[in-house]
Design a protein around this ligand. Structure first.
Ligand SMILES: [Zn+2]
Length: 400
């Protein structure tokens, strides 16, 4: 556990003051969403389900609204491959394509490409100024550069864009981490310049999108701080904690997350990329993160793993380090004749109408409705978790 003074804690928790209390600068700015169309501002704290290929698996955009989802994360790299930017553009942009009028954040796809390339060099190569990806089945080549990634995100029409970064594993050698940080900073600068160039060309009729940079540096706190400081000096609308947020032993990279949160302006959006386990979200929130995305809630749901708050949560202020939830495997035999809802405190479309026994049955017979209902329940758990983080006193999240 980090040793943090009270001043530090107040600084970190400013953004959470909400629910009738004065808005912090961060929240005010995020809510205002300067230049964004109505309804497209990112309100924090926020959890963005991963709609990687312009869909959150098993659920529709209507469904997402019904459980209080406010914003979505799509993936530029995947959408570039399928359906292709031309289709998205012809439909009128990513919002119209998906039928979603809330904020959309687009990841560059760098993380996914690097993961594939690091698995096998046959998938492509990372160079000083570009990333080349080779389609395994067809051999088709895709080229990503900082400029191209911005152009693609402009074609999508996303509200919040993410710079191309060079992602490394937390356990990668120091020299590789240094190179990743150097490249990430250089590429972030080029991304910002490209965005300014495109907006300044006068050919863009759309609202000014926000641009987030990603902080690399692996498991090195020093490199994380250096990377964050360099990116802050270039200036972005938000900062993401990049790379793998989890150590090989499964623990959250708490010290590194803290180093980044402390190195970026207190009024910026701090996004923890890929941080999704509820206790990890809470721990990151205690360190100052106010925006999260992960495919975990829906992936778990499809595997019949459901989240439940433990009483007295979420009505009682959440405390980082205390257990506040548990998971239920609904396929377990013990639920075959359990006619209670998954969670009595939940108002999702599943808990409002159906019993554990019914959901157990749907999974058992392999009905597609099982994945939809389970996904909606887990997503509602996350929107309730965000509400619990956002409303209340500064003690709502405490690492004490
Ligand atoms: Zn529910």
């Amino acid at each position: 556990m980090r040793d943090s003074g009270d001043d530090d804690r107040v600084h970190r928790h400013d953004w959470r003051v909400a629910g009738g209390l004065p808005l912090s600068r961060a929240r005010e700015r995020a809510v205002t969403g300067e230049g964004q169309p109505a309804g497209r501002a990112l309100e924090v704290p926020v959890f963005l389900p991963d709609a990687t290929r312009a869909a959150v698996r098993s659920v529709s955009t209507e469904d997402l609204r019904s459980v209080g989802v406010k914003a979505l994360m799509v993936n530029t790299f995947h959408l570039m491959r399928r359906p292709g930017m031309r289709v998205v553009q012809r439909s009128g942009g990513i919002h119209r394509f998906m039928g979603w009028d809330g904020p959309i954040m687009s990841d560059s796809g760098g993380f996914q490409v690097y993961s594939l390339i690091r698995q096998s060099a046959e998938h492509g190569v990372i160079r000083q100024n570009e990333v080349i990806f080779r389609e395994p089945s067809t051999g088709e080549k895709w080229r990503l550069t900082p400029e191209r990634v911005i152009q693609l995100q402009m074609q999508l029409g996303s509200d919040i864009m993410i710079c191309l970064d060079d992602c490394t594993g937390a356990e990668a050698p120091e020299a590789e981490q240094e190179q990743s940080v150097e490249r990430t900073i250089r590429w972030a600068r080029r991304c910002k310049e490209e965005l300014e160039r495109m907006l300044g060309s006068g050919r863009q009729s759309r609202a000014r999108p926000h641009l987030f940079a990603v902080v690399q540096g692996g498991a090195s706190e020093v490199l994380r701080r250096q990377c964050a400081a360099a990116l802050v000096s270039i200036g972005f609308d938000g900062y993401g904690f990049g790379g793998w947020p989890i150590a090989p032993d499964g623990s959250l990279l708490t010290e590194q997350l803290a180093a980044v949160a402390e190195s970026v302006p207190a009024d910026s959006v701090r996004h923890a990329l890929g941080v999704g386990r509820p206790d990890h979200v809470l721990a990151a929130a205690a360190l100052g993160y106010n925006s999260f995305d992960c495919s975990l809630p829906t992936r778990d749901a499809r595997r019949n793993r459901l989240y439940m708050f433990l009483p007295p949560y979420p009505g009682t202020p959440l405390r980082s380090g205390e257990s506040f939830y548990r998971t239920v495997y609904i396929l377990d035999d013990r639920y075959h004749a359990d006619f209670t809802p998954i969670d009595r405190g939940c108002d999702c479309p599943c808990c409002r109408v159906y019993s554990r026994a019914y959901l157990h049955h749907l999974f058992k017979v392999g009905d597609a409705t099982a994945e939809r209902l389970a996904s909606l329940h887990n997503l509602r758990f996350y929107t309730r978790l965000m509400a619990a983080l956002g409303v209340g006193s500064r003690a709502a999240v405490s690492d004490a």
